[in-house]
Design a protein around this ligand. Structure first.
Ligand code: B12
Ligand code: SF4
Length: 526
């Protein structure tokens, strides 16, 4: 195979350039693992790699070499328009472009219009196929996917050359991305991993990675990217205890409440776990994540007790909620969340607006069948700036009234003060304060209030959100233009719009450009 000049671009944000202080502190800590994995694999296959993690503050045009054969772009859906613009630019310079990551998994049909290759599950063999072929696929890109998630990743030591320069951009604290498992044994129907088998990676490798990390940093912080950390709880703890002396490492992880019993919390504390991000989601639905059969105020009290117990062992807890689920009705769900804010003052509540990411979950087919999915531009699909499913039980003004009210309550000076007082450890305490008064707290109150006002005053916004027109309102277009900055001019014609029902159409057609993945072997389409 010819030696290729390859660029790998991890798009951690979609703003060019970014201005937020919070983004400067946090974004280098949001980098993905897979772009680093690809870097290692490409070099092992004999190619030359230029790696860039775009955190919002680099000069993208200067960082990326003009003279490359192929570029890999890793993008969440919120970075899709930026990715499409960059693909267009690099194609015009003669490069082959490849997209992977959550957007490619969620909206492959759309991404095929703008990239030569669109990757689903990606293992070494898929990578090898793409690099061996490396030809333009236009107008429709080629969809490639392994039948399942990879069974192994390179060691941390091999990924380190890509991690180190990314973390060098983090001014205050640095989070090292690690992963010990893929998929999940649970089947929450709103989750991308509900249909992906749980699969632990090698615990021997994990222990070796942790030992290596201690040679690089004095008291590292590890951010676990496992969809549900700790399913094989004892194996993880054994790996950590066998390789990390007490007080030498700190950890952050997403874990279900159901996995967080008191004996386990004791062990997590001993092993330096500092932040846990469990999902509560709703007081009426999705009980299987928090493993409670209760609903309403009973569930609020039970979850608040559980959260307060966790906070006795773990200094930082972010409780994740989804707003606008079909099971919610009237003011009650929002009022219950306010009660939770009062009963568990030390938790940081994170609210996501219900979002149906293309083919990410089986449940999205139901929303599409009901004609409820709106064609909000991808750039706005980050669970905050837009909700692309029309609510079942609320009118839009009613819904946004509740969202504004809840957000205001959660980030009132009273609640921020109580959160500050209830958090005993220094960094978590300031973290809660900064998040509350920056874009995540005050910023969101401001943004949701703006949308609520536009629902009354801007007919184009109201008509779009009611599903009466596909015409994207000027308010959103100018916001996107502003955030894409100089890259906006490379956005191909038509790339601001997408078919919100592509998954449903593909599911009901015999021939699709994205074939269902068979049990074994690799798949190509398009
Ligand atoms: C860990 C995680 C994070 C971490 C790390 C993010 C990161 N950079 O990877 C943190 C906490 C930072 C995070 C933040 C966010 N997240 Co998140 N996160 C996850 C989670 C739990 C696991 C993803 C993961 O790493 N899996 C392990 C990897 C190895 O597997 P994989 O992602 O399936 O990747 C495979 C393929 O996609 C492919 N691949 C992946 N990347 C690439 C890149 C290239 C170039 C190629 C060729 C292939 C390829 O190869 C892999 C192996 O097969 C998922 C939920 C889930 N259960 O999967 C949500 C998820 C990915 N997040 C989501 C969202 C919405 C967000 C936020 C926007 C939330 C917010 N409002 O801030 C931010 C965006 C951050 C960003 N970087 O832009 C959505 C994405 C939906 C979408 N289509 O965009 C998900 C699916 C959850 C959901 N709500 O449904 N997240
Ligand atoms: S427990 Fe978490 S990772 Fe597992 S299916 Fe449910 S939401 Fe997804």
């Amino acid at each position: 195979m010819r030696r290729l000049r390859i660029a790998i671009l991890d798009l951690v944000t979609n703003e060019v350039p970014m201005h937020s202080l919070y983004g400067r502190v946090m974004n280098p800590n949001l980098a993905g693992i897979m772009p680093q994995v690809l870097g290692v694999w490409c070099e092992q296959l004999g190619h030359e790699v230029r790696f860039v993690c775009y955190t919002g503050f680099e000069n993208l045009m200067q960082e990326l070499p003009a003279n490359i054969d192929l570029i890999f772009v890793a993008a969440f859906t919120q970075a899709a328009q930026l990715a499409y613009a960059l693909s267009n630019l690099f194609r015009s310079r003669g490069a082959i472009t490849v997209l992977g990551g959550p957007h490619a998994r969620s909206y492959p049909e759309d991404a095929q219009k703008y990239f030569d290759y669109v990757c689903g599950f990606t293992d070494r063999a898929v990578l090898d196929d793409v690099l061996r072929e490396c030809v333009p696929h236009r107008p429709l890109g080629c969809y490639v996917s392994a039948a399942r998630q990879p069974t192994e990743f390179p060691y941390l030591e091999q990924r380190w050359k890509y991690i180190e320069p990314t973390l060098a951009k983090a001014p205050i604290f640095k989070v090292v991305p690690m992963i010990g498992s893929l998929g999940c044994p649970y089947t929450c129907n709103f989750c991308i991993d509900s249909t992906v088998d749980y699969q632990p990676l090698s615990f021997t490798q994990l222990a070796a990675d942790l030992r290596f990390l201690l040679t690089k940093m004095k008291r590292p912080i590890v951010g676990w990217h496992d969809p549900n950390f700790g399913v094989r709880f004892d194996d993880y703890m054994n790996a950590i205890e066998s390789s990390v002396p007490p007080n030498r490492m700190r950890h952050m992880a997403e874990m279900s409440l159901s996995l967080l019993s008191e004996p386990r919390l004791r062990r997590l504390k001993q092993n330096g776990f500092q932040a846990i991000l469990p999902g509560v989601e709703s007081w009426y639905e999705m009980g299987n994540k928090s493993k409670t059969r209760r609903t309403g105020i009973d569930k609020v009290e039970q979850v608040a007790d559980h959260v307060n117990m966790i906070l006795r062992y773990i200094p930082y807890l972010q409780a994740n909620f989804v707003l606008g689920l079909d099971g919610d009705q009237g003011a009650e769900p929002f009022e219950l969340t306010k009660q939770f804010v009062d009963l568990a003052p030390g938790a940081f509540p994170a609210y996501s607006l219900l979002s149906a990411f293309g083919r990410a979950t089986p449940m999205n087919l139901d929303y599409q069948r009901a004609g409820r999915v709106l064609p909000f531009p991808f750039h706005l699909l980050n669970t905050v700036q837009s909700m692309n499913v029309r609510p079942k039980q609320y009118s839009w003004p009613e819904f946004y009234d509740h969202v504004v009210d809840l957000t205001r309550y959660t980030f009132s000076w009273r609640a921020i003060g109580r959160r500050f007082a209830a958090t005993k450890t220094l960094i978590p305490r300031w973290m809660n304060l900064v998040r509350g008064i920056s874009s995540e707290g005050f910023g969101r109150i401001h943004y949701h209030k703006l949308i609520r006002r536009l629902l009354d005053t801007d007919a184009s916004v109201r008509g779009f959100m009611e599903g009466e027109t596909d015409q994207i309102p000027e308010f959103y277009l100018s916001l996107i233009r502003r955030e894409l900055g100089p890259t906006h001019r490379y956005l191909p014609t038509g790339a601001m719009s997408h078919d919100p029902n592509a998954f449903l159409k593909a599911a009901s057609q015999a021939v699709s450009t994205v074939q269902p993945v068979p049990r074994a072997g690799r798949v190509k389409g398009g």
